[in-house]
Ligand binder design. Structure first.
Ligand SMILES: *Cc1c(COP(=O)(O)O)cnc(C)c1O
Length: 367
């Protein structure tokens, strides 16, 4: 047993993988430091709590848990198709959108291929690329955001997939409609472009790209969305992709038939109709964003202007130490050293009193 070296057997890409660094769970910090009151602003979760409509629907769904879920997610897909003005054949459901991103990579990318994404972009892109043994091509960021010209210039004969997060996590940077459209025009159709819109609902409507409409003109474009952020269902795992029917067809062959469970299917379907919940989530976010940016400006901290439900703040070279000190104050934020941002901390927007707890701790520690 002790001499068995599993790492020597795995494929070379997997060998380089580091485990995903998730935000510290509240219960873990309570256990470790004996703290009663803990505020978690570390995983871009919705601070509103679960939609009441979802809660009621889930209770009714419990009796059916003895059955397998609907493998086709008929009702959810129908609602999503309607909402996005596409056919149900263009939708692929995922156990969170991370699942969809992983299925996309496994479907199209082989170990001979290259995958392009931006420096400081969402960590799942290099992760799914490396797991396949494909070559990750990280294009240096400009002003913390995607350099689409640089990404277009990085395309080679071997490029198979390009990931773009808009808005990006953990920087919150946002690409204009025109810039993405121009980029799509430069990408050959044998390269799949994945536009990850996990924070779509937080973007003011006037600034949202008509990304799903572009699929008609650019059949190599895939748009992914999630229920984990503005819809407040992170724990249930629900996400989806909209694509050309041909792409959805292969994705649906590869995905596990029950990758969305009965509860997440039901919750996602119901929350789509809870307009008041979504509106409140967006309002609370805008309010909290102002609370945090006002604090940064008053205290002299630079921050990266954000279109998401989080703010990434430049706190200086002792960011990891400050993260630790904040833990002792009962505030969990997210270090982003792994994203090549060693001087920053990412703070998710919480309820007003949660944001205030962070501000108060910052004033105490760095005031
Ligand atoms: C949170 C996030 C996701 C969504 O993750 P889920 O698997 O749907 O919970 C996807 N992309 C980005 C950029 C994110 O920040």
């Amino acid at each position: 047993m002790s001499n068995f070296d599993a790492l020597s057997l795995v494929n070379p890409g997997v060998k380089q993988l580091r485990p995903y660094q998730a935000g510290k769970p509240v219960s873990e910090l309570q256990r470790e430091l004996g703290l009663q009151h803990v505020v978690k602003l570390a995983s871009n979760e919705n601070p509103l709590g679960l939609s009441e409509k979802v809660k009621t629907a889930l209770e009714a769904e419990l009796n059916d848990l003895v059955r397998y879920p609907d493998a086709n997610g008929y009702y959810l897909k129908s609602r999503l198709a309607e909402l996005n003005s596409v056919t149900t054949q263009q939708i692929t459901l995922g156990n969170g959108s991370n699942d969809v991103l992983e299925i996309l990579a496994r479907t199209f990318v082989s170990d001979q291929d290259e995958v392009i994404f931006s420096q400081h972009a969402f960590v799942v892109y290099p992760l799914v690329t490396q797991a396949i043994g494909a070559k990750p091509v990280a294009v240096p960021a400009v002003d913390y955001g995607h350099d689409l010209d640089g990404m277009a210039a990085a395309i080679t004969d071997k490029t198979k997939m390009i990931f773009i997060a808009n808005p990006n996590n953990p920087t919150g940077t946002f690409l204009t409609t025109e810039s993405i459209k121009a980029f799509l025009g430069k990408v050959p159709q044998n390269v799949i472009v994945v536009l990850d819109e996990a924070y779509y609902e937080y973007v003011p409507e006037a600034e949202r790209a008509p990304s799903v409409e572009w699929i008609k003109e650019y059949p190599n474009l895939v748009v992914s969305r999630t229920f984990s952020k503005a819809y407040g269902l992170a724990g249930l795992r629900a996400g989806y992709a909209v694509s050309h029917e041909g792409i959805a067809d292969v994705l649906n062959r590869i995905r596990q038939p029950f990758n969305m469970n009965s509860l997440s299917l039901k919750a996602a379907e119901v929350v789509l109709d809870d307009h008041a919940y979504l509106q409140k989530a967006v309002e609370v976010n805008a309010h909290g964003m102002k609370q945090l940016t006002d604090f940064c400006e008053g205290a002299g901290f630079n921050y990266i202007p954000s279109y998401g439900n989080f703010l990434t703040i430049e706190v200086g070279p002792d960011a990891e130490k400050l993260y630790d000190e904040l833990l002792h104050e009962g505030v969990i934020v997210r270090p982003v050293t792994g994203y090549e941002l060693p001087n920053h901390l990412r703070v998710s927007i919480g309820l007003p009193e949660e944001n205030e707890a962070f501000i108060k701790a910052m004033k105490k520690l760095r005031g």
